[in-house]
Design a binder for this molecule. Structure first.
Ligand code: F6P
Length: 458
């Protein structure tokens, strides 16, 4: 069996005794733990060195080869082109795009730098699996370094329509660079279809079933909805009930129903609309006053980017406004927390909640809603209010689906969730849990790696 090499922008090295925060980290560690191999990428640090070098760490049979970014790479490749051009456009938010030609140049140069450093660590007998929008041209750069390895790319975020893609200067080259891979994976059928449409229309690629041909390259496409490790998360949620902090949380509810959300503080998550929806709930259904609480964890993210900092200020002001208007001496309706918690703490929060509120304006998949489902006590589960524009909406038929741009519709769904009879909650939860189990984490990476082997040999 070939060794697996996983490449992603950010590498998360597990620390003994700590649960890993992100779904991506959990997913990739799971694949590497089974296969053995190496995870290559940024260690999250910024250095003064102009040409940062990787260092290697071994943990649980996995080699983590990580390197810092220099200040220019951090600013132009990571914050600039990746997160001020690709992230907003791929999330259908043209207004947030800020294009600078120099950032695009550094994006390609950083991908080349990663490819050079990675090539030096390869033996030639590996499967290479590249992740996400930061590293789209990495495959092409590795091929230029002489790599003939089977190479797959998985896009964790949505793929935009051809018309939006065309707003990115240099979009043809970006699109063409996907063709260096052998297999390209998407979260949903829509993403696969919009990619095909763009490749055919912009590049003149030819399609036959799920294979695209462009020049001498043949690219196989597939749909791999990313999942969670259900058993581990269920264990963590059950165990959370024994923890002091979760017991205190339950006591502090004082009999109020809890609506819970936990997201990165990102404009794609629809947090402002969500806050407004909760305000509508208190205004339009006054019987909930003093009987419901909304806890929103918003973990700080990409705060050097103006839009993220503006959103932080906006949410602080919205939460302050609702609390100022509606609180009583012994009741505060919004509990807004701007910090990062370990996953186990979030599982405790979700288990204590009657309603999970997950309403991104656009999301590749969204694992928070799947974690919420896994965290529930199936004897008395909470209900889920979910954006119909999250990839997970394709799978979670038991959720109350809402348009995330319509705060009144979210408030109506919250009312429905809070009133939902026990039998209906159990039925909806059982259907969601079955689907989360079916498309779990192991199935995600196993299907991708099987298809990558097949894509190369067929
Ligand atoms: O889900 C998309 C993603 O960019 C992941 O690749 C990443 O782990 C996560 O969001 C957090 O973003 P960042 O690495 O910018 O903090």
């Amino acid at each position: 069996m070939k060794d697996l090499v996983v490449v992603s922008n950010r590498v998360s090295i597990p620390e003994a005794g700590r649960s890993q925060a992100g779904g991506l980290a959990m997913a990739l560690n799971s694949a590497l733990a089974r296969h053995g191999g190496m995870w290559f990428g940024w260690n999250g640090e910024i250095c003064h060195d102009t040409s940062p070098q990787p260092t290697q760490t071994r943990r649980n049979g996995i080699t983590y080869a990580t390197l810092p970014l220099n200040a220019e790479q951090h600013n132009d490749y990571y914050l600039g082109f990746s997160n001020e051009v690709l992230w907003p456009i791929f999330h259908f938010n043209l207004g947030a795009m800020k294009f600078h030609r120099h950032h695009a140049q550094v994006y390609y140069a950083t991908n080349l730098h990663f490819a050079e450093k990675l090539s030096a660590l390869l033996t030639g007998d590996e499967l290479i699996w590249v992740h996400d929008y930061h590293l789209i041209p990495l495959g092409e750069a590795l091929r230029r370094q002489g790599s003939h390895a089977p190479m797959g790319f998985f896009l964790h975020i949505p793929f935009p329509s051809a018309e939006l893609l065309r707003c990115i200067p240099g979009h043809r080259d970006l699109l063409a660079s996907f063709f260096a891979y052998d297999l390209l994976g998407f979260q949903t059928p829509q993403d696969l279809e919009t990619f095909c449409h763009a490749a055919i229309r912009i590049l003149g690629a030819k399609r036959s079933d799920n294979v695209l041909r462009y020049g001498d390259r043949r690219l196989k496409l597939g749909i791999y909805p990313v999942g969670i490790d259900v058993d581990t998360l269920q264990r963590e949620a059950q165990h959370s009930e024994t923890k002091q902090a979760v017991r205190q949380l339950r006591t502090s509810l004082g009999g109020c129903a809890l609506i819970a959300g936990a997201d990165r503080l990102d404009y794609s998550k629809g947090l402002g609309e969500r806050m407004l929806a909760f305000e509508h709930l208190l205004d339009d259904y006054p019987h909930y006053r003093r009987h419901v609480l909304y806890t929103q964890v918003a973990s700080p993210s990409r705060s050097a980017i103006t839009e993220y900092d503006d959103l932080r200020q906006q949410l602080e002001s919205q939460a302050g406004h609702i609390n100022g208007l509606h609180s009583d001496l012994d009741w505060v309706p919004v509990h807004y927390i701007n910090k990062t918690y370990p996953r186990t703490a979030l599982m405790g929060l979700f288990r204590a909640a009657q309603v999970g509120l997950v309403t991104p304006l656009r999301d590749g998949m969204n694992l928070v809603c799947k974690e919420f489902v896994a965290a529930q006590d199936s004897r008395d589960p909470g209900a889920l209010v979910l954006s119909e524009l999250a990839g997970a909406a394709h799978e979670l038929e038991g959720a109350l689906l809402v348009n995330p741009y319509d705060p009144h519709a979210i408030a109506e769904a919250l009312d429905q969730a809070l009133q939902m009879p026990h039998e209906e909650r159990c039925r909806r939860h059982a259907s969601m849990l079955a689907s989360v189990r079916c498309n779990d984490l192991t199935r995600w990476w196993q299907r991708f790696l099987d298809d990558l082997g097949y894509a190369v040999s067929s």
